[in-house]
Design a protein around this ligand. Structure first.
Ligand SMILES: *Cc1c(COP(=O)(O)O)cnc(C)c1O
Length: 375
């Protein structure tokens, strides 16, 4: 990973920002609860192995991922500790789970029995549905899970649920979230009353930890907040702590050209110079995860400490920006797509707002072609 040759387009990671976020989020943890960072989708685009290894160094010993393959990649990269696969894994992949010492989520009785039938010893966490109606057995039907505790191969080491309305302050969403917390507790008590112990319980993700730490649990599965980002700008006003973005997205200036007034540029000639115009060609495009909807004046890069608006359509591998109002720009100069430059900042949240999505999507789509390096 560390790399001294100039790069084409890259993700730059701020180690101090990550340590800062870990520290402030740890202070919010309820008693006996530890962080279980979500490093799925390549750690929200940051780079799963470098991020998880750094988190290991900061003392974190539990992670969650979306797929068994993601878990195996962490192990291949030397990541230590518990790794919980949150998503569905085909039972025939049981060996992959076992070989990599991954904990698999069990979503209902029949899935658990299918895993058991693979004849591979596995640790599992039970997923309970308390209202999101995505994965998991209904929390009012946990009796159906009791036989899983008698399995020879499966060892139930935990149970969890997912809050789906913890991010807003509306009284309805608050009441719903609290009802999810109660349903989870009731279900676990029912299992215990039938002789089914649940060593680890967890229900908080980023917004749960920020707004409902009183719901407790043994793990907080934090993703977006750990990366120092919230889903949308409005959420910042309600955030009880100051988070620092870990990621910057950068590219190079490949070429600079001048257009006369009236000349056009880019696919479908969507840019027309209204005046003599200097365009810089950047070495990044939608093939790297820069959204194509950032075209034609929507979105900008920071070049030479100024905002350079995106000119015409973002291409797969390249993007034109208008640097007419920037200080002199030359090939090899760095352009910032996400991050800061001389007091100016473009956040993942800004891109999300401009493209009608949340920062989580912008980050998790940052592509495999980008190199990841610590600042
Ligand atoms: C992705 C995910 C998380 C992490 O969510 P953030 O909002 O990014 O903190 C936690 N739990 C589950 C089940 C998830 O799928």
């Amino acid at each position: 990973m560390p790399h001294d040759l100039p790069l084409r387009a890259w993700v730059e990671l701020d180690r101090e920002a990550l340590a800062h976020n870990v520290a402030v989020l740890r202070r919010l943890l309820p008693p006996h609860c530890t962080l279980m960072p979500a490093v799925k989708a390549n750690a929200y685009g940051h780079g799963a192995v470098p991020v998880a290894r750094e988190l290991n160094r900061l003392g974190l010993q539990a992670f969650c991922v979306a797929t068994a393959q993601e878990g195996a990649e962490l192990r291949a990269g030397g990541v230590q500790g518990e790794i919980l696969v949150l998503g569905y894994t085909h039972p025939q992949q049981a060996r992959l789970l076992h070989q990599n010492h991954l904990t698999q989520t069990v979503v209902d009785h029949s899935y658990g029995m299918a895993l058991e039938a693979q004849n591979v010893p596995l640790e599992v966490h039970l997923k309970l549905d308390t209202g999101m109606h995505r994965l998991g057995e209904g929390s009012d039907r946990v009796d159906t899970l009791v036989p899983l505790f008698a399995c020879r191969n499966l060892k139930v080491t935990g149970a969890f649920t997912h809050l789906c309305a913890a991010g807003t302050a509306s009284p309805e969403d608050r009441a719903f979230t609290l009802s999810q917390g109660r349903a989870f507790c009731t279900a676990l008590a029912r299992l215990e009353a039938q002789g089914c112990p649940i060593p680890k319980r967890h229900l908080l993700s980023s917004y749960g930890l920020l707004h409902y730490p009183e719901l407790g649990g043994d793990y907080a599965r934090v993703g977006i907040a750990l990366y120092g980002v919230l889903s949308s700008p409005a959420d910042l006003t309600r955030c009880p702590v100051t988070l620092r973005p870990v990621l910057s997205l950068k590219a190079q200036v490949a070429q600079v050209r001048t257009l006369e007034a009236g000349e056009q540029a880019g696919y479908d000639l969507q840019f027309t110079a209204q005046r003599p115009t200097k365009l810089a060609v950047l070495t990044i495009g939608y093939g790297d995860g820069l959204p194509r909807s950032l075209s034609c004046g929507v979105g900008a890069a920071l070049v030479g400490g100024r905002k350079a608006p995106i000119a015409g359509r973002v291409c797969m591998d390249q993007t034109l920006v208008d640097v007419t109002d920037c200080p002199p720009v030359a090939p090899g100069d760095t352009a910032v797509l996400i991050g800061t430059s001389r007091g100016l900042e473009i956040t993942a949240c800004d891109l999300a707002k401009e493209t009608g999505t949340i920062a989580n999507e912008i980050l998790s789509r940052l592509g495999a072609r980008l190199e990841r390096k610590w600042r």
